[in-house]
Design a protein around this ligand. Structure first.
Ligand SMILES: Cc1ncc(COP(=O)(O)O)c(C=O)c1O
Length: 428
């Protein structure tokens, strides 16, 4: 296993993330006002370990961008930039967020599948050196003849990913990228004509093994050779210089870095040619998942067939879990702890902790707003706080303004230090 450069910190993190998050919450609890019924925590120590492990998994020359959409808080973007990471934007708005956070255009990759002509022109005028990955040959034809940005082309390598259907973008009907099965002569001549110097893939999210990634990179490398040969034949001195392998490695348990380490190792041994190119990555979930927790107040506990605990976060924050899965996987996917109203930290399964099964429901006005069913928790009372860990990815960034509830305060924790990144605010 390739670990982060600070194994001491990693060991502490894995000891019990639920307890660590509960302790962080207890540290800031006295600063909350009555209306702060939830708090979003960012664990900068866990993030530091992830970023170190990502760097350790790949050769030093690889340039890592982090997907903005996964955790788009402006302070997070500034933090990542300050650590020497780039950013991957999925919309022009994300490009602007990144620039506002201090990014140089050369730190950025712009991947939206629906770039307008005006957006492309804006990038040409304002973002020299940024990598723009065209999603299709139609988009490629919209690019100016000699753009100030680097021209990339997204390829759908059409590999079997094993990702959940909603996040699998390598299928035959995917809206992303030019399918690898597209007539090659057209693909190659369009790339040569448009001055493509980068090939990009992102095969999906929550991809469970590295096999599909390894296959996909192989397809990109073959295509790069074909484009380069065709270009050489025309006397054009340009070549494919950059391979952008996207993101997609599924999140690992806190303190575990094995899947990413083995991806890096397999690329080095099975796709050695890759490292003859400038390599760029765009990971999201693997980086952010265990770098976030939330604490939400138990408003009431109702005596129902299964006792029901009402908390202050539901489909607004856990959008994917609630809308896609009616809360059931949320009970499996996340870790839960309780901070009692008197400050005690209780974890189900710890000695002498009395437990009860609950349906945990959110505050929104629709029946499906269920965070978890049949969840075993320490016995809950009004005024306790439910602490949930593993919530750092695709939560705040997907905030739903249904019922117009306020976005909670965001606090970043680093060791003993707490830094309020933003106060509770109304959505929109
Ligand atoms: C183009 C692109 N790159 C990177 C990512 C990040 O993916 P993940 O969070 O699975 O690593 C996404 C996620 O949707 C994406 O669409």
């Amino acid at each position: 296993m390739t670990g982060p450069s600070e194994p001491g910190i990693a060991a502490e993190l894995v000891s019990d993330p639920r307890r660590a998050a509960a302790d962080s919450f207890r540290r800031i609890r006295s600063t909350l006002g009555e209306r702060d019924t939830s708090v979003i925590g960012v664990d900068l120590d866990a993030l530091r370990c992830r970023l170190a492990a990502l760097r350790a998994a790949f050769p030093e020359s690889v340039r890592h961008a982090v997907a903005i959409k996964t955790m788009p808080h402006p302070k997070m973007l500034a933090h990542l930039l300050a650590q020497g990471f780039g950013l991957e934007a999925a919309s022009l708005e994300e490009v602007m967020l990144a620039l506002d956070a201090g990014a140089r255009p050369s730190d950025l990759i712009f991947d939206s599948p629906a770039k307008t002509r005006a957006e492309i022109a804006w990038c040409d005028a304002h973002c020299p050196g940024m990598l723009l990955n065209a999603n299709s040959l139609t988009e490629l034809r919209r690019y100016p003849e000699a753009p100030s940005f680097q021209v990339g082309l997204r390829i759908n390598p059409e590999v079997v990913t094993g990702a959940p259907a909603a996040y699998d973008v390598s299928t035959g009907r995917s809206k992303f990228g030019v399918p690898a099965s597209h007539p090659q002569s057209e693909l190659v001549s369009a790339s040569v004509a448009a001055g493509v110097t980068a090939l990009h893939m992102h095969i999906g999210s929550q991809v469970p093994t590295c096999d599909a990634h390894i296959d996909g990179v192989g397809r990109l490398l073959s295509l790069a050779s074909v484009i380069d040969r065709a270009r050489a034949a025309t006397g054009d001195p340009r070549r494919i210089t950059t391979i952008d392998i996207g993101g997609g490695v599924r999140a690992e348990a806190p303190g575990v870095f094995d899947l990413m380490a083995s991806y890096g190792e397999r690329l080095a041994s099975e796709r050695e040619a890759l490292f003859g190119y400038e390599v760029r990555t765009e990971f999201g979930q693997w980086i952010h998942t265990d770098a976030g927790w939330v604490a939400t107040r138990v408003e009431t506990v109702e005596d129902r067939a299964v006792p029901m605990a009402f908390v202050h976060l539901g489909a607004d924050f856990f959008m994917r879990d609630v809308y896609r899965d009616s809360g059931v996987p949320a009970g499996v996917k996340y870790g839960f702890g309780v901070v009692k109203h008197d400050g005690r930290v209780l974890i189900a399964g710890a000695p002498a902790v009395e437990t009860q099964t609950y349906d945990v429901v959110g505050p929104l006005c629709f029946a499906g707003d269920v965070l978890a069913r049949d969840l075993t928790l320490p016995v809950l009372e009004e005024g306790d706080w439910l602490v949930i860990v593993g919530t750092g990815a695709n939560t705040l960034g997907l905030w739903s303004s249904h019922c117009s509830r306020a976005v909670p305060m965001v606090v970043a924790m680093e060791g003993e230090r707490a830094d309020v990144w933003s106060l509770r605010r109304l959505p929109g």
